[in-house]
Design a protein around this ligand. Structure first.
Ligand SMILES: [Zn+2]
Length: 345
């Protein structure tokens, strides 16, 4: 029997089989016509190997699972309970980075530890990193949160950046990085999905059509998520809110809420009493009625603020962590929608 190698089977792959098959077994396999196994025994490649796709954090993992379906092995780099802002890369993570065929990252500085690891230890890995925010037009990026604005502007902090006129080119020229939390806007999430579809199709052309079909179906679900959010939040347009960290400017912009400020002035640093006083003053003068904590962070500060000011405390999930799975993003966003609708006055 002489089985020609098909082009797909001949694709070069990393790794090789551990040991040659015993010749008796090989003869038997050939006799019963198990040609894929027989080929695997002859060639130093593994024909049925599915691409290993490593997503950096929970939301990206959820998206990638929806596009990959059964055609790729999708792994989550971060443990489900560790967010990308405070992740420390360990040697075993570096091994997973080296082993992956594709790495799905957010970009915009969220995975600075990945960029550093690649620069220092795994230069070859650079070409397999796909940043899902690539190709989003610069006009859509948000560079700064609004300054805490008081009723009397003279009392405001008065430093640098105004609001409502974020000139993308100026920021770029100044070397500034946009706020990275674009995934909390379902419309920009659909852009990310299209990047994942292209990435998986390039890594595994045999299943390109299947990735495209699943990507399209998932994108349609995110479109209906967006429609539901737009409909449910339209009565709340213009309402002021305060969140814990700087994760929700894209969501607020998309659905017309006004982000007055955040509790955590600097990520991962407790705000100073002076900053909290300014935030409290802004909450009072802007008549903010709800402040949102996040499940990823200790709600102590937010609860205290809510108690002191007599306003509602609710929770919005940034979806940087959570129970990993295909449903994480959609379910999380629908929970966020519910929290907004139930807590906004
Ligand atoms: Zn964040």
């Amino acid at each position: 029997m002489n089985t020609p190698a098909s082009p797909t089977l001949a694709r070069p792959r990393r790794g090789s089989l551990p040991s040659p098959f015993p010749s008796v077994l090989l003869a038997w396999l050939l006799a019963i016509g198990s040609w894929p196994l027989a080929l695997a025994a002859q060639a130093p490649s593994t024909p049925t190997k599915r691409p290993v796709v490593l997503a950096t954090f929970a939301t990206l993992h959820s998206w990638t699972l929806n596009v990959a379906g059964p055609d790729a092995d999708v792994e989550l780099l971060l443990p489900g309970d560790v967010g990308p802002h405070d992740f420390q890369l360990k040697p075993q993570d570096l091994r997973r980075i080296r082993k992956a065929d594709v790495i799905i990252a957010n970009g915009l500085g969220v995975e600075s530890w990945l960029d550093k690891a690649i620069r220092n230890n795994a230069r070859d890995a650079a070409k397999k990193v796909v940043r899902v925010t690539d190709g989003i037009s610069k006009e859509q990026f948000i560079y700064h949160l609004p300054e805490l604005e008081l009723a009397d502007p003279k009392k405001g902090s008065g430093s640098g950046h105004g609001h409502g006129h974020d000139h993308a080119h100026d920021h770029e020229a100044a070397g500034e990085v946009p706020n990275p939390h674009v995934w909390l806007d379902p419309v920009l999430a659909r852009h990310a999905i299209s990047n994942i579809v292209v990435a998986l199709g390039a890594a595994d052309p045999e299943h390109r059509a299947a990735y495209a079909a699943r990507g399209e179906a998932y994108s349609a679900r995110l479109e209906s998520l967006h429609r539901d959010m737009a409909a449910a939040l339209s009565p709340h347009a213009g309402k002021p809110i305060v969140t814990f960290h700087d994760a929700f400017p894209y969501l607020c912009r998309r659905y017309g809420m006004e982000l007055v400020g955040v509790v955590e002035e600097v990520p991962a640093v407790d705000p100073s009493p002076k900053y909290l006083a300014r935030l409290s003053a802004a909450i009072r003068s802007r008549k903010v009625r709800v402040v949102f904590s996040e499940p990823q962070f200790n709600p102590r500060l937010v609860r205290q603020l809510g108690k002191d000011l007599g306003i509602t405390v609710a929770e919005l999930d940034v979806l940087e962590t959570g129970k990993p799975g295909a449903a994480l993003y959609e379910e999380g966003m629908r929970r966020n929608l519910k929290a907004l609708v139930e807590s906004l006055p």
